[in-house]
Design a protein. Structure first.
Length: 120
Protein backbone atom coordinates (compact mmCIF):
# COMPACT_ATOMS: atom_id res chain seq x y z
CA UNK A 1 0.00 0.00 0.00
CA UNK A 2 1.32 3.43 -0.96
CA UNK A 3 1.74 5.83 1.95
CA UNK A 4 -0.22 9.07 1.91
CA UNK A 5 1.62 12.18 0.87
CA UNK A 6 2.44 14.51 3.74
CA UNK A 7 1.10 18.03 3.76
CA UNK A 8 4.51 19.40 2.81
CA UNK A 9 4.65 17.07 -0.22
CA UNK A 10 1.20 18.21 -1.29
CA UNK A 11 2.16 21.85 -0.78
CA UNK A 12 5.28 21.22 -2.89
CA UNK A 13 3.18 19.71 -5.67
CA UNK A 14 0.81 22.69 -5.61
CA UNK A 15 3.77 25.08 -5.68
CA UNK A 16 5.40 23.19 -8.56
CA UNK A 17 2.08 23.19 -10.43
CA UNK A 18 1.88 26.98 -10.16
CA UNK A 19 5.49 27.34 -11.27
CA UNK A 20 4.85 24.99 -14.17
CA UNK A 21 1.74 26.94 -15.22
CA UNK A 22 3.78 30.12 -15.47
CA UNK A 23 7.15 28.86 -16.67
CA UNK A 24 6.63 25.35 -18.06
CA UNK A 25 6.80 26.54 -21.65
CA UNK A 26 10.41 27.59 -21.00
CA UNK A 27 11.49 24.00 -20.35
CA UNK A 28 12.72 21.67 -23.10
CA UNK A 29 9.78 19.75 -24.54
CA UNK A 30 10.99 16.29 -23.49
CA UNK A 31 11.78 17.56 -19.99
CA UNK A 32 8.41 19.28 -19.81
CA UNK A 33 6.58 16.05 -20.67
CA UNK A 34 8.49 14.07 -18.05
CA UNK A 35 7.88 16.76 -15.42
CA UNK A 36 4.16 16.78 -16.30
CA UNK A 37 3.98 13.01 -15.91
CA UNK A 38 5.68 13.08 -12.53
CA UNK A 39 4.15 16.17 -10.92
CA UNK A 40 0.82 16.70 -12.66
CA UNK A 41 -0.11 13.14 -13.67
CA UNK A 42 1.32 11.59 -10.48
CA UNK A 43 3.23 8.83 -12.29
CA UNK A 44 6.11 7.17 -10.49
CA UNK A 45 9.71 7.45 -11.61
CA UNK A 46 9.57 3.78 -12.63
CA UNK A 47 6.41 4.23 -14.70
CA UNK A 48 7.88 7.19 -16.54
CA UNK A 49 11.20 5.40 -17.04
CA UNK A 50 9.39 2.41 -18.54
CA UNK A 51 7.32 4.54 -20.91
CA UNK A 52 10.29 6.65 -22.03
CA UNK A 53 12.81 3.80 -22.04
CA UNK A 54 15.25 5.63 -19.78
CA UNK A 55 16.47 4.88 -16.27
CA UNK A 56 14.68 5.87 -13.08
CA UNK A 57 17.77 7.91 -12.22
CA UNK A 58 17.48 9.72 -15.56
CA UNK A 59 13.85 10.60 -14.84
CA UNK A 60 14.76 11.73 -11.31
CA UNK A 61 17.55 13.96 -12.64
CA UNK A 62 15.26 15.58 -15.20
CA UNK A 63 12.53 16.24 -12.62
CA UNK A 64 15.10 17.66 -10.19
CA UNK A 65 16.60 19.95 -12.84
CA UNK A 66 13.14 21.13 -13.91
CA UNK A 67 12.22 21.87 -10.29
CA UNK A 68 15.42 23.88 -9.84
CA UNK A 69 14.96 25.74 -13.12
CA UNK A 70 11.32 26.63 -12.38
CA UNK A 71 12.27 27.95 -8.95
CA UNK A 72 15.08 30.00 -10.49
CA UNK A 73 12.65 31.56 -12.97
CA UNK A 74 10.31 32.47 -10.13
CA UNK A 75 13.15 33.92 -8.08
CA UNK A 76 14.06 36.22 -10.97
CA UNK A 77 10.62 37.06 -12.40
CA UNK A 78 8.27 36.58 -9.42
CA UNK A 79 5.23 36.03 -11.63
CA UNK A 80 3.62 33.51 -9.27
CA UNK A 81 4.17 35.83 -6.31
CA UNK A 82 2.63 38.76 -8.20
CA UNK A 83 -0.30 36.59 -9.32
CA UNK A 84 -1.02 35.51 -5.74
CA UNK A 85 -0.72 39.04 -4.39
CA UNK A 86 -3.05 40.33 -7.10
CA UNK A 87 -5.65 37.71 -6.17
CA UNK A 88 -5.35 38.66 -2.49
CA UNK A 89 -5.79 42.36 -3.30
CA UNK A 90 -8.84 41.61 -5.45
CA UNK A 91 -10.38 39.69 -2.56
CA UNK A 92 -9.77 42.70 -0.32
CA UNK A 93 -11.39 45.00 -2.89
CA UNK A 94 -14.45 42.73 -3.09
CA UNK A 95 -14.72 42.68 0.70
CA UNK A 96 -14.45 46.46 0.98
CA UNK A 97 -16.99 46.88 -1.83
CA UNK A 98 -19.36 44.55 0.02
CA UNK A 99 -19.13 46.78 3.08
CA UNK A 100 -19.70 49.97 1.07
CA UNK A 101 -22.63 52.19 2.07
CA UNK A 102 -23.27 52.90 -1.61
CA UNK A 103 -24.60 49.55 -2.80
CA UNK A 104 -24.57 50.53 -6.49
CA UNK A 105 -20.92 51.62 -6.41
CA UNK A 106 -20.02 48.61 -4.28
CA UNK A 107 -21.70 46.29 -6.77
CA UNK A 108 -19.83 47.89 -9.67
CA UNK A 109 -16.52 47.60 -7.83
CA UNK A 110 -17.18 43.92 -7.01
CA UNK A 111 -18.08 43.28 -10.65
CA UNK A 112 -14.84 44.89 -11.85
CA UNK A 113 -12.80 42.94 -9.31
CA UNK A 114 -14.40 39.69 -10.51
CA UNK A 115 -13.67 40.60 -14.15
CA UNK A 116 -10.02 41.24 -13.31
CA UNK A 117 -9.85 38.02 -11.31
CA UNK A 118 -11.25 36.08 -14.29
CA UNK A 119 -8.56 37.60 -16.53
CA UNK A 120 -5.82 36.19 -14.31
Amino acid sequence: MEKEKSLTEIEEIVELSYLYDFYGALLKEDHRLIFEDYVLNNLSLGEIAGEREITRQGVYDIVRRCRIRLKEYEKKLQLVYKFRRTREKLQEIKKIAGNSRDSKAGGEIRKLAEEIYDML
